[in-house]
Design a protein around this ligand. Structure first.
Ligand SMILES: [Zn+2]
Length: 136
């Protein structure tokens, strides 16, 4: 049994896969993450929940050397730009800091990030390096 880090972050599809959910404004088309009740661009309230792309481009990153005890250091925090125009912040895993490059393609992966006191996997999201796509 898995539980979400926050219930409004995700949706689960018919195949059981978890996806990030954001907000799309029906009036102006802007997207947001996390979800919003009102559009931050046009202030319209006609918004809907939409599944966001799982792949984007690394906008920037930092290496964190001091943190609270539950987050062992060093770790990488990255901002990824999704095709919808959403920029989100997440830990980046599976890559060393000297391999990270601004502009590299990354994937937002919904995965277990810890275990809660009842032993359930808590689902969060992290950034993974996207394998290079061979150039034709
Ligand atoms: Zn809007």
């Amino acid at each position: 049994m898995a539980v979400p880090l926050r219930p409004w972050l995700f949706q689960i599809d018919a195949q059981g896969a978890w996806h990030l959910v954001g907000t799309r404004c029906r009036a102006c088309g802007a997207h947001f993450f996390p979800r919003r009740a009102v559009c931050a661009r046009c202030l319209g309230a006609d918004v809907e929940a939409v599944r966001l792309s799982a792949e984007g481009i690394l906008y920037t990153y930092t290496v964190v050397h001091q943190s609270t005890p539950e987050f062992p250091t060093p770790y990488i925090l990255g901002y990824v730009d999704l095709p919808e125009g959403v920029r989100l912040l997440a830990p980046m895993v599976g890559v060393e800091a000297d391999q990270v490059r601004i502009g590299m393609p990354v994937r937002v992966v919904v995965e277990p990030v810890r275990t809660d006191p009842e032993g359930r996997a808590v689902m969060g999201y992290r950034l993974h390096r996207l394998a290079e796509v061979p150039h034709g």
